[in-house]
Design a protein around this ligand. Structure first.
Ligand code: PEP
Length: 260
């Protein structure tokens, strides 16, 4: 299997003001080891991206956006276009369950967003995963894989290969209930299997698959064993610099000198 670069992402959601995220980023810059094997990606609010990008310059920290408009430009009051993000972020989340469940984004919208991100040479992080209800009805795999297929439908195999899929069971998000490593690995293997049948072996080997849902330093260590999981998408715990740093350290394999 091809070697895939690991990623740990911290989604700050709508939790921090600009001064608060300035403090958090300062702490992370001091604490984060310089040579971990994973990419470390922070997802501030839109209003903070420009500043955070300036502050992260010269460090190993990368930036992502939590969302993007499905259109490139025009009369879409309140939206943020991919053009506005260009140059500041590498990754863009699309279809996070909060976007799907609170703001009514369906697979069609998510597919358009994934496409626009790719067309502008950024990397979409396509979020998929079942709700508690769907899990209890035994529909986890069906729901997750159908979201995957529909959300990726405008992408080519080469584009999928460069993309990131985040498996985030909704019942595990913000609940403290972590999906165990074996169950997450099984779903990740199914996701890779579907990519293989739809886009071929190369795409399946290259695409990176993340797990997200109540990750902590402890569960990060356990997730390391999952061979189809290439990274973690962290919400709540990414707001605490010590916990987030522990997650990165516990998940990544090569740590030596400390920065700062
Ligand atoms: C998320 O919302 O992507 C997430 C994983 O949140 P949490 O870690 O808080 O469950």
């Amino acid at each position: 299997m091809a070697k895939r670069k690991k990623i740990v992402m911290g989604n700050w959601k709508m939790n921090l003001t600009v001064p608060e995220s300035t403090v958090l980023l300062e702490k992370l810059k001091k604490e984060m080891p310089g040579n971990v094997s994973s990419e470390v990606v922070l997802l501030p609010t839109f209003v903070d991206i420009y500043r955070a990008a300036e502050e992260a310059k010269g460090t190993k920290l990368l930036l992502g956006a939590q969302n993007v408009a499905e259109e490139e430009k025009g009369a879409y009051t309140g939206e943020v276009s991919i053009l506005a993000l260009k140059g500041f972020v590498k990754y863009v989340l699309v279809g996070h369950s909060e976007r799907r469940n609170i703001f009514g984004e369906n697979d069609k919208v998510v597919a358009k967003k994934a496409e626009i991100v790719v067309r502008h040479d950024m990397v979409p992080v396509i979020c998929i995963g079942e709700t508690l209800h769907e899990r209890e009805d035994g529909l986890s795999k069906v729901v997750t894989l159908s979201q995957l297929e529909a959300s990726c439908k405008h992408l080519t195999g080469e584009e999928i290969a460069e993309s990131v899929i985040a498996y985030e069971p909704v019942w595990a998000i913000g609940t403290g209930q972590v999906c165990d490593e074996k169950e997450a690995e099984k779903m990740a293997a199914d996701i890779r299997g579907l990519i293989h049948s739809l886009y071929g072996e190369k795409a399946a080997e290259k695409v990176r698959i993340l797990y997200g849902g109540s990750v902590t330093g402890k569960s990060a260590k356990e997730m390391k064993a999952a061979k189809n999981i290439d990274g973690l998408l962290v919400g709540g715990a990414s707001l605490d610099h010590k916990e987030f740093t522990a997650i990165v350290k516990n998940y990544s394999s090569e740590i030596s000198v400390k920065k700062g």
